[in-house]
Design a protein around this ligand. Sequence first.
Ligand SMILES: Nc1nc2c(c(=O)[nH]1)N[C@H]1C(S)=C(S)[C@@H](COP(=O)(O)OP(=O)(O)OC[C@H]3O[C@@H](n4cnc5c(=O)[nH]c(N)nc54)[C@H](O)[C@@H]3O)O[C@H]1N2
Ligand SMILES: Nc1nc2c(c(=O)[nH]1)N[C@H]1C(S)=C(S)[C@@H](COP(=O)(O)OP(=O)(O)OC[C@H]3O[C@@H](n4cnc5c(=O)[nH]c(N)nc54)[C@H](O)[C@@H]3O)O[C@H]1N2
Ligand code: SF4
Ligand SMILES: [Mo]
Length: 816
Amino acid sequence: MKNVFKPILNKSVSRRGFIKSTSIAGGVAAVTSAVSLPFTSFKSKANDSVASEEKVVWSACTVNCGSRCPLRMHVQDGEIKWVDTDNTGNDDYENKDVQVRACLRGRSMRRRVYNPDRLKYPLRRVGKRGEGKFKRISWDEAYDEIANSITSIRKDYGNEAFYLNYGTGTLGGTVTRSWPPGKTLLARLMNLNGGYLNHYGDYSTAQIAKGLAYTYGGWANGNSFSDTENTKLIVQFGNNPAETRMSGGGLIHHLIESKEKSNAKMIVIDPRYTDTAAGREDQWVPIKPGTDAALVSAIAHVMISEDLVDQQFLDTYCVGYDESTLPKSAPANSDYKSHILGKGDDKTPKTPEWASSITGIPADLIIKLAREIGLTKPCAIYQGWGLQRSQNGEIASRAIAMLSLLTGNLGIHGGGSGARESDYNIPFVRFPTLENPVKTSISMFLWTDAIVRGPEMTATRDGVRGKDKLDVPIKFIWNYAGNCLINQHSDINRTHDILQDENACEMIVVIDNHMTSSAKYADIVLPDLTTSEQADFCMDGKAANMPYFIYADQAIEPQFESRSIYQICSDIAKRLGTEQQFTEGRTQEQWLRHLYAQTLELDPSLPDFETVRKQGIVKRSDPNGHYVAYQAFRSDPVNNPLTTPSGKVEIYSEDLAHIADTWELDEGDVIHPLPIYVSTSEGWDSPLRNQYPLQLTGFHYKARCHSTYGNVDVLKQAAQQEMWINPIDAKNRGIEHGERIRIFNQRGEVRIHAKVTPRIMPGVVALGEGAWYAPDGNKVDHNGSINVLTSQRPSPLAKGNPQHTNLVEVQRVATA
Ligand SMILES: Nc1nc2c(c(=O)[nH]1)N[C@H]1C(S)=C(S)[C@@H](COP(=O)(O)OP(=O)(O)OC[C@H]3O[C@@H](n4cnc5c(=O)[nH]c(N)nc54)[C@H](O)[C@@H]3O)O[C@H]1N2
Ligand SMILES: Nc1nc2c(c(=O)[nH]1)N[C@H]1C(S)=C(S)[C@@H](COP(=O)(O)OP(=O)(O)OC[C@H]3O[C@@H](n4cnc5c(=O)[nH]c(N)nc54)[C@H](O)[C@@H]3O)O[C@H]1N2
Ligand code: SF4
Ligand SMILES: [Mo]
């Protein structure tokens, strides 16, 4: 087979396709001349005269896009020549053997493996943090420095000073798994050495996970998309699976296939006309960011006024819809119905006219939506995670569930809970990471605060758990397969300033494949193997009711001096005197065999290890057919109670009422026992709009998985980074399509091109998250990296990331 792609990438590609490099890594603000290395090339068993036969090795894309895809590496002369994907199964969604086709990102994996940004050697920082100046060091030097730092920080501050930063770059792996940090090999290493400060929540779902837990008890599931074949109407709130669940295993295909069977209508509620809509929708309802709960309240008002609510369902399964099921502790008129009808504290009926001024949706359209959702049975309400990644996300996500509850669509085929779609999983034994002796945890979003004001952080103000307050600040950060050290965390300029102080956080170790924005902030950088250079199980793949896992084998030799995370952790454990406990005498492959043997005990019908290795992908189907969330509860609520305190769905939560009374909140923050609409500090009605009149929302973009694949040239060309702006807003500012603009607010400035399009509503602009931060000397980013503009003010309840709640102004960049 001939090469399909010709290798690769940058201008200095040699005839054989190897990258000649004289720097440790290329990229935007390339590593400087502080290091000058001899000529190097990617490693292969090259022999120019005789080409060896091509072999095909199963591998995988293990990034955090919500899908998981098999890749088949075509290897010749020790080099990946081209990449294809699953070649088993077919397109027949009935027979549960769907072909799991990788998207263009996964298929460009070769361009990540042989990327000019690839880290080659261990590095020690020589410039300031963020400058990207490093010196090559040996592995022994790197290990010694890290082990010494661990020992001295333990001695000086104790184990609460260690932090494992959030990172999802290889969350699909088993040995290489990067998320949650508490399930990684670094957690195992630290747990054998006194532990580390835990975190709770994640950047994906902090607000919805916390919010809906009060409604349903624990993580709230939704019906699988495959169940769409049983529905008549689908309502998608801020859910864009065509971009966020994209591949052959991605759920967008199940949604489309199942929708075709049922011919269900689809309403898309989103400030942007998304790729999920893309002509498949019956109606697109643009909505101002952060106002979905107001829309829901007004829909509820119409449903109550027109007798469209399922009263029997609400009486049997729910707490607090009306006075009759309100808990005893609750004051009079604090039930949901009273709130909607204007008999509660605010004395405001939540009419369509009231909601229209908040949401930007005409009142008559709200009435039509209410009738359609109320009268079409069954109706499937789904929400993505876009609207909850906001300042009022906890309460907004609870509000959307109200539509499923008011209409009695919970726990039935064709209905749903109002949460995001869920699916069935294959049970698999994962790498044991042991128990963390440290019990304290913080929200994953507040690590920057824990560096600057750790001991001031308390349980009732900052959400510290396991203790009333933190004792010490964060002094040591492990950052494995994550770019949240700068790029993916909010308010890059604040983070930059915090990380500048080397006496605050004393040691930052980044383990990655590439010289990312985060790696530039490391004190020590360790080059990891890519998935192509080692063997691992790749887990949690699913195509709605067809779960699968992949054996990703080693396709090529480790490149340059990169080492596996297993080896890195074993070697550091050795220096700390815990090697034997860490490895238990096993190699990486022996661990894979060991974990799989235990998995086989759970499910003896799975194929044996060697068969899995040969066949690459193992597919299963949900024995129950389509997944229906809360089906058992619906059929018998007495014997299958929820895990909420009452065992029922809690529309009114006594726990939240208690928290609202006892926590210290910032001005404007609201925690409320009912799922009501609350405004945000940087929303459509904020006084700050005088200065920064446009709402800026983010979205997860098809060009990348967050920042991963963000340095692949062909992907950058295929889906450019640009800011969406409505023609009305563009015209007011004299901005033409494709022109360079500056987007700015009190936190910073970003420059990128404008996409002038009616696909975004007036008053709102949008920027795909994850572009690689590329600051100039004035801290102005030139790549469209949204987190220069986002805020570190946490959401009230979950203390989560409000990254879609921002105000900005936009101007043309004057061309000289
Ligand atoms: N403004 C804004 N910010 C956001 C979001 C948003 O919507 N808006 N979304 C948030 C969400 S939901 C998430 S999940 C986070 C994601 O944030 P991150 O978890 O930081 O995700 P990535 O940016 O993909 O970074 C993954 C890193 O892993 C590295 N990597 C990939 N493969 C390997 C490997 O095999 N080994 C090693 N060692 N490294 C590897 C990549 O090079 C990359 O640096 O971002 C959050 N940030
Ligand atoms: N291609 C690709 N796929 C990915 C990822 C990626 O980076 N790239 N990241 C993965 C990860 S880790 C995660 S967590 C998921 C994220 O999945 P989501 O969080 O669901 O994705 P987003 O694109 O942030 O948001 C979904 C939609 O919500 C809309 N939205 C924003 N604010 C509001 C609002 O106030 N109201 C309403 N109604 N809609 C709003 C956005 O315009 C967007 O179209 O995606 C996963 N899939
Ligand atoms: S980025 Fe996601 S959808 Fe694309 S190949 Fe990788 S796992 Fe599959
Ligand atoms: Mo995420």
